[in-house]
Design a protein around this ligand. Structure first.
Ligand code: DGP
Length: 115
């Protein structure tokens, strides 16, 4: 675990977070700076810096990430109205925290703009 990684520190329990879900491999918690009524981050517990660092060995991990977000959308009661799943990657993608995370954003009408 990189000592300086904020999300690894949340996984280790060194930084508090509003945790909604966890299992052996994944953690989901509310974003500290929510952009919508529901804004949850789903992360693998293992440190993977970005989606650009995924390999063929991560097919199951990448799939689980989306399924966990899908299940949380049900729990948050936004599945029917809809939501957005976003992965920012590296500098041009606007990634601020270099630990792979999937944003689950919903609970209001989101803009059609992607960038
Ligand atoms: P991104 O730009 O995709 O790297 O988004 C990183 C998100 O992480 C951003 O929406 C704010 C959130 N975030 C940063 N630090 C913390 C933290 O310490 N706790 C929580 N819950 N969220 C954080």
């Amino acid at each position: 675990m990189p000592e300086e990684c904020i999300f690894c520190r949340i996984v280790a329990g060194q930084i508090p977070a509003d945790i909604l879900y966890q299992d052996d491999g994944f953690l989901a918690f509310r974003d500290i700076s929510p952009q919508a009524p529901t804004h949850v981050l789903v992360i693998p517990k293992t440190h993977i810096a970005s989606s650009a660092d995924l390999t063929d060995d991560h097919v199951e991990l990448a799939g689980r990430l989306i399924i966990i977000a899908r299940n949380l959308a049900e729990k948050e009661a936004i599945a029917e109205s809809g939501y957005r799943l976003v992965i920012n990657c590296r500098s041009d993608g606007g990634q601020q925290v270099p630990h792979l995370h999937l944003h689950l954003i919903g609970g209001r009408q989101l803009s059609g703009r992607l960038g």
